[in-house]
Write a protein that binds this ligand. Structure first.
Ligand code: NAP
Length: 335
């Protein structure tokens, strides 16, 4: 009996080891770069800027979409290598997207594009009740409609090479945290969009991949920008809402942003994200979703297995014990 149980355990261990071995073997197989071309949005700074440089170093011809073609980022990229071509693109503007597409088509002729990387994005960390609709709208225009617009425009070129559509989503596109409703709505949106597109594109052998990072230190997580935006929106907020939450709650919220959320959780090692994007572009058999950083990836996997009520409890406990407590004046009054 015992021998039988040990035998089964041994077979399971051997089988899992074999699976891991085959997975690693496949992951190590890279495509041949051979001057393949990629188009990236949001290269003025942050992840986009670094991935443009990294892919150019690997031998790709890089079309680096920049919001400001005359800005510092675009100029630095132009000087970095002859294989980097900065291209003006605001992903919310139809004309910019078709001009960028034309520039890419004219440059690559009939060769096709290996990958489009949807990286451009904006964020806010504002509670729903003092976040006006125009902030939601702007976020949707850039992070969701912008991704769909760029993807639709460049897909015919990507189909030609049986290449890749890589979209930088976020872990916020899996888990909703207080303060992230506008950002999270758009990131859930692009993860959903990518999932449908992945299944549609299978027949063309085009791989659709999402990168889902946690928080990293870039301009998007700049606490001064976030705090300034909150103060401005709070000032404009109706009195009924200000009274319901109270100045004390709002001030605690700002402290929580600065000391406990951005300082504690934002990771400085953005190479983890850049390497995940490189993997998605260069591996012959890339993953469908990347959560950069082993620890985050593991925690996120465990979290996703929990029932929603336990997920809610976890978030409240984290907000309560990792962050300084925020108190609402109305709740205090009601005590
Ligand atoms: N950093 C994080 O913690 C984190 C985590 C998860 C996901 N992400 C995602 O990663 C992507 C890159 O963000 P990042 O962290 O590198 O932030 P970032 O440094 O602010 O870079 C964002 C880039 O997008 C550009 N951009 C903004 N609006 C645009 C528009 N309408 N059209 C074209 N480009 C536009 C920005 O230009 P300007 O600088 O000129 O505004 C900038 O170059 C975003 O999609 C973001 O949501 C970031």
């Amino acid at each position: 009996m015992h021998i039988c149980v040990y035998g089964v355990i041994l077979i399971i261990i051997l089988f899992v080891s074999l699976l891991i071995f085959v997975y690693k073997l496949r992951r190590n197989r890279k495509i041949e770069v051979n001057g393949k071309s990629v188009f990236i949005t949001g290269c003025d700074r942050g992840f986009g800027y670094h991935i443009a440089k990294q892919l150019s170093t690997l031998g790709f011809q890089v079309f680096a979409g920049c919001l400001d073609i005359n800005g510092v980022g675009a100029k630095e990229l132009a000087n970095f290598s002859k294989s980097v071509h900065p291209v003006q693109i605001d992903v919310t503007k139809e004309q910019d997207v078709s001009d960028a597409l034309k520039f890419v088509e004219d440059t690559i002729q009939d060769k096709g594009l290996w990958a489009v990387i949807n990286n451009a994005g904006v964020a806010s960390y504002v509670e729903c009740e003092w976040c006006p609709l125009d902030v939601y709208q702007r976020m949707i225009d850039v992070n969701l409609t912008g991704v769909i617009r760029v993807t639709k425009a460049f897909l015919p070129l990507v189909r030609k090479t049986q290449g890749r559509v890589v979209t930088v989503a976020s872990l916020a596109g899996r888990n909703g945290l207080p303060g992230f409703s506008a950002y999270t709505a758009t990131k859930f949106g692009i993860i959903g969009f990518s999932e449908c597109l992945r299944r549609e594109m299978k027949k063309f052998n085009v791989k659709v991949i999402t990168i889902e990072p946690s928080m990293y230190k870039t301009n998007i997580t700049n606490e001064n920008v976030i705090i300034a935006q909150n103060k401005e929106l709070w000032e404009k907020c109706p009195d009924e809402i200000k009274n319901a939450y109270g100045e004390h709650y709002f001030n605690d919220f700002l402290v929580k942003i600065k000391e406990n959320i951005l300082d504690l959780t934002a990771n400085k090692d953005i190479a983890q994200v850049i390497d995940a994007i490189e993997d998605a572009i260069c591996c012959q058999y890339p993953d469908t979703k990347y959560v950069p950083g082993f620890r985050t990836s593991f925690e996120s996997f465990i979290y996703s297995l929990l029932p929603v009520s336990i997920q809610d409890l976890t978030v409240s406990l984290v907000m309560k014990y990792v962050s300084k407590p925020c108190q609402m004046t109305t709740l205090n009054k009601n005590k």
